[in-house]
Every structure is written in structure tokens, then in C-alpha cells.
Design a protein around this ligand. Structure first.
Ligand code: HEC
Ligand code: HEC
Length: 213
């Protein structure tokens, strides 16, 4: 890519740019050094908020997620089996040894209720969530994620998750952009849904409160 159209070798400006970016990035990539949890959490808090209830709807809530689920997602971002323009830039800085403590911290944070939803759309979403879509063989979400969205050991909590994040993940599973789901279960579900159905179900998911203590 770093070629001028009339040259077969890299132009010197590009070479310099590569060299400089190499210098700038190499400490981050090469030395993913473990730092104390409190210090590391400041980095996460910038996007996921200190209590894991993020204010920006594109950044998922991490509060109340199962710790093993969080660890695996972090590993998948690191190995590249789950891609995200944002997290893929963050994760090389973090030592794998930090993953369990980070996961433990966020799994213990209390989830906050999701944003107010469009009632009509959410009612359509509830039907899909509880019953699935018979015509296109979409299974009920509740069968795996629980009726209240609280999830199980095997299936992640989705209750109260930001609808724009849920929509994006379903679109990513549908297109195969996200392909780190074991046995392709979510890809099989999302593939059968159209965008209107995805929007409706996401609008319902945000209203779910999870298990009440
Ligand atoms: C610059 C913003 C940013 C920072 C900093 C950041 N994240 Fe993220 N994080 C995101 C975004 C955006 C996503 C959604 C990725 C996608 O689209 O799949 C995400 C996704 C995740 C997920 C997947 C959640 C799920 O439900 O599957 C986990 C776990 C996570 N981040 C943990 C962390 C931890 C731990 C830190 C701190 C070490 C951190 N993040 C720092 C923006 C950020
Ligand atoms: C057969 C079980 C099953 C069914 C049915 C199912 N899911 Fe999932 N879902 C999963 C699994 C497993 C994952 C975790 C994927 C992974 O390992 O990364 C997941 C992940 C998700 C995620 C991503 C969560 C996150 O934090 O990033 C969303 C959103 C989601 N499912 C929504 C739905 C919706 C909406 C439905 C119904 C239309 C549904 N699921 C039906 C098993 C299921």
C-alpha cells in the first residue's frame, strides 16, 4: 500500500510514518504488563463507567455479567476471534493475567435498569423473545437467556443491555462478523431474523430487569 503509483519501492515518507508508528505502538503491544486492578479499572471506566453501567449505548454494560463469560470475551478479543475496532485496540495493552480480576470486579457490580423503551416496539419484541418466530424457525430467546434476561452459567445475561449494542451484536452474528459463539448458536438465531425483528427484540431486552434480589 505504501507505494507511489510510479514506484516499486515504498516512498520514504511512508517508510518514516511506519517507523514512527512502530516506535509509538511497540511499547503497548510488546509489553502488555500487569498493573494493579484499581489502575486498570480507570481505563475500562472511561468507556464502561466505573460501575460497569456505561452511559454510551454503543459500549455494553458489563455489570452483572458472568465472570467466565467476561474472561472468554477478553481472550477472544485478544486472539482476534472476536473483532471490535475499539476493544481490539485496548486489549493488547492488558496482560492476560489481569482478566480474571477484571471479570470478577464487573460481575459483582449492580446492573442499573435500562433506558426507557418504545412500548409498542417492545411489545412486538416480547413476543419474539418469549415465543420465537414460528414462520422462520427463530427459537425463543428466553429458552437460553431466561425469561427475565438474567442468563445462566452457559448463556450470558442480556437484561437491560443497551438496545444499540444488542442490535449491533445481532447484526454482527447475522453477518458472521462476530463468530466467537460456541457451536454458532447465536449466528444460527440471528441469521433467521430481519432487521425489523432485531430492532423489536432489542427494544424489549432493554426493559428486562434480570433476576430480582
Ligand atoms: C475506548 C472505549 C473502551 C475501553 C477503554 C474499554 N472498552 Fe470494553 N468495549 C468497548 C466497546 C465499544 C465494546 C463493544 C465491542 C463490540 O462491538 O463487539 C466493548 C466490549 C467489551 C466486552 C464484551 C462485553 C459483552 O457483553 O460481550 C468486555 C468484556 C469489555 N469490553 C471489557 C473491557 C474491560 C475489562 C476494559 C478495561 C480493561 C475495557 N473493556 C475497556 C469499549 C471500550
Ligand atoms: C440456543 C441458545 C440461544 C438462544 C435461543 C439465543 N441465544 Fe443469544 N446467546 C447465546 C450464547 C451461547 C451467547 C454467547 C455467545 C458467545 O459465546 O460469545 C449469546 C449471546 C447473545 C448476545 C450477545 C451478548 C453480549 O453481551 O455481547 C445477545 C445480544 C443475544 N445473545 C441475544 C439473543 C436474542 C435477542 C435471542 C432471541 C432472538 C437469543 N439471543 C437467542 C445463546 C442463545
Amino acid at each position: 500500500m505504501c507505494m507511489k503509483p510510479d514506484q516499486s519501492r515504498p516512498c520514504w515518507q511512508c517508510g518514516l510514518a511506519l517507523l514512527v508508528s512502530g516506535w509509538l505502538l511497540s511499547p503497548l503491544v510488546a509489553h502488555a504488563q500487569a498493573v494493579p486492578l484499581a489502575e486498570r479499572l480507570q481505563l475500562c471506566a472511561g468507556c464502561h463507567n466505573p460501575d460497569g453501567n456505561s452511559s454510551i449505548p454503543e459500549n455494553p454494560n458489563l455489570s452483572g455479567l458472568d465472570a467466565d463469560y467476561i474472561v472468554r470475551q477478553l481472550q477472544d478479543f485478544k486472539s482476534g476471534s472476536r473483532k471490535s475496532p475499539v476493544m481490539s485496540g485496548i486489549i493488547p495493552m492488558i496482560d492476560d493475567k489481569e482478566f480474571p480480576a477484571l471479570a470478577e470486579f464487573f460481575s459483582k457490580q449492580k446492573p442499573k435498569p435500562g433506558a426507557k423503551a418504545d412500548a409498542k416496539l417492545a411489545a412486538q419484541g416480547k413476543e419474539i423473545y418469549d415465543e420465537g418466530i414460528v414462520g422462520s424457525a427463530v427459537p425463543a430467546c428466553s429458552g437460553c437467556h431466561n425469561e427475565d434476561g438474567s442468563g445462566t452459567e452457559k448463556y450470558p445475561r442480556i437484561a437491560g443491555q443497551h438496545s444499540s449494542y444488542v442490535i449491533q451484536q445481532l447484526i454482527n452474528f447475522k453477518s458472521g462478523e462476530r463468530a466467537n459463539d460456541v457451536k454458532a448458536v447465536m449466528r444460527a438465531v440471528a441469521k433467521r431474523m430481519n432487521e425489523k425483528e432485531i430492532r423489536a427484540v432489542a427494544e424489549y431486552v432493554v426493559t428486562l430487569k434480570g433476576a430480582q434480589e
